[in-house]
Write a protein that binds this ligand. Structure first.
Ligand code: FES
Ligand code: FES
Length: 79
């Protein structure tokens, strides 16, 4: 399986807006981290959609190696 690019070895803290959809970059190539900017085209990766049901602070995975996409699960500490 293709390895994603490590955008950064730390999560991105984002205050999400209730009712808004977010597309997390899974490939690590986006210039608009942690979100997809279309750079994955032609690769084995696709973005992961997250629908925010309430306004809150979330931590999107920046290393792209989380087992709990799209959120940080601490896996960046092992990279
Ligand atoms: Fe990374 Fe789209 S740019 S998934
Ligand atoms: Fe990827 Fe934490 S930033 S698991």
């Amino acid at each position: 399986m293709a390895e994603p690019n490590i955008a950064q070895k730390a999560p991105f803290k984002v205050d999400v807006v209730a009712g808004k959809a977010y597309f997390w970059c899974a490939c690590g190539q986006s210039k608009n981290q942690p979100f997809c900017d279309g750079s994955h085209k032609g690769s084995a990766f696709s973005p992961v959609k997250y629908d925010a049901t309430e306004a809150k602070t979330v931590f999107f995975c920046g290393c792209k190696h989380t087992k709990g996409q799209p959120f940080c699960d601490g896996s960046h500490k092992t990279l």
